[in-house]
Design a protein around this ligand. Structure first.
Ligand code: UDP
Ligand code: MG
Length: 321
């Protein structure tokens, strides 16, 4: 590809990562310098409230390949990755977490695999998750199982957001109009030729997880609603079942009335109200998820706003993408 840009863009989303940042840079720099190719290390600061952005700016003073893009507010991991995809200029793009759970040493292997096997995507696949807590492991397992079924394509098991993609993939992702992208699903769904590289997932090097429970739930909902109408169908089936139940109930009540026992059971009435009420609420909730998604995309709001890019002239801001 004939671009003036670097061969490799390494995109790192960071949210309040001041604790891990110095270690991350110390480990990253010799590795990237040692690759012997033009690169950029693109930090997407996802609206950190701590010193993250300042520390990056200071480090960039004697590290010309280090580039900072600051989002105006915390927009979430996937949105920060979207920002990275838009801004990166490399022929290849690697996304990696800031907390050193994804070993930077593996980047060289990802790149070599992409070139040797001539593929557009190289997934980093965790060969074991023993460093994760039990709850995280279990929810992750359930998540990947479900997603394979929903997306209807091979989703590499235990592949997070540590991966390499080619420029072709970056352009394809950027051309997708949808919001609320879940990269680990969208990329397999695109269907470019791919390969896998195994790695051992380490402990977080410093600081604490930035994935709150609510962010994980958000990711799960986005994952499901982005790729499947199956829950909507489930709602239909439940509705049907509820309908049948109430028909049976009405017939039963009529039979009781005809047979002369004119006082129907209070308990069964309450039970029926509860069952039907529950089913209706469940269906409404599921519909709500889809309606919310339609609503959000119909608004066409930007997913993220870039406040600063160390590459651009100061004073010339283009906030929206
Ligand atoms: N992150 C982000 N915005 C957020 C939450 C997380 O940019 O709102 C970044 C975070 O700084 C890290 C990566 O996403 O580089 C993965 O987050 P973390 O390691 O906390 O998640 P975990 O490994 O616990 O799932
Ligand atoms: Mg982590």
């Amino acid at each position: 590809m004939e671009t003036a840009g670097p061969v490799l863009s390494v995109v790192v989303p960071m949210y309040d990562e001041q604790d891990v940042l110095p270690i991350f840079f110390d480990r990253m720099r010799p590795l990237l310098d040692g690759l012997g190719i033009g690169y950029e290390l693109l930090v997407v600061d996802d609206g950190s409230r701590d010193e993250t952005a300042d520390l990056v700016s200071v480090a960039a003073k004697d590290w010309p390949q280090l580039r900072l893009v600051r989002l105006l507010r915390n927009s979430g991991h996937q949105a920060a990755l979207s920002a990275g995809f838009r801004r990166a200029r490399g022929e290849y793009l690697v996304t990696i977490d800031a907390d050193l759970q994804d070993p930077p040493e593996t980047i060289a292997e990802l790149l070599a695999t992409a070139r040797d096997e001539d593929v557009d995507v190289v997934y980093g696949v965790r060969s074991d998750r023993s460093s994760d807590k039990w709850l995280k492991r279990t929810t992750a397992r359930l998540y990947y199982r479900l997603m394979c079924r929903l997306v209807g394509r091979e989703i590499p098991f235990d592949a997070g957001d540590f991966r390499l993609v080619s420029r072709r993939v970056v352009d394809a992702v950027n051309a997708l109009p949808e919001d609320g992208r879940v990269f680990r699903l969208v990329i397999p769904w695109l269907g470019f030729p791919s390969a896998e590289v195994k790695y051992v997932r380490a402990e977080r090097a410093a600081g604490s997880t930035k994935y709150t429970v609510s962010k994980m739930v958000r990711l799960a909902f986005d994952s499901v609603t982005a790729f499947s109408a199956a829950p909507l169908r489930l709602a239909t089936w439940l509705g049907l079942l509820g309908g049948l139940l109430s028909v049976a109930f009405v017939i039963g009540a009529l039979v009781i009335k005809v047979s002369g026992q004119s006082i129907p059971g209070w308990t069964s009435t309450v039970l029926a109200v509860c069952v039907i009420g529950a089913i209706q609420l469940l269906c409404l909730g599921l519909l709500g998820e889809y309606v919310a998604r339609l609503f959000q995309s119909s608004q066409r709001r930007p997913q993220f706003l870039v406040g600063y890019d160390s590459l651009e002239d100061h004073g010339h801001h283009s906030y929206a993408e």
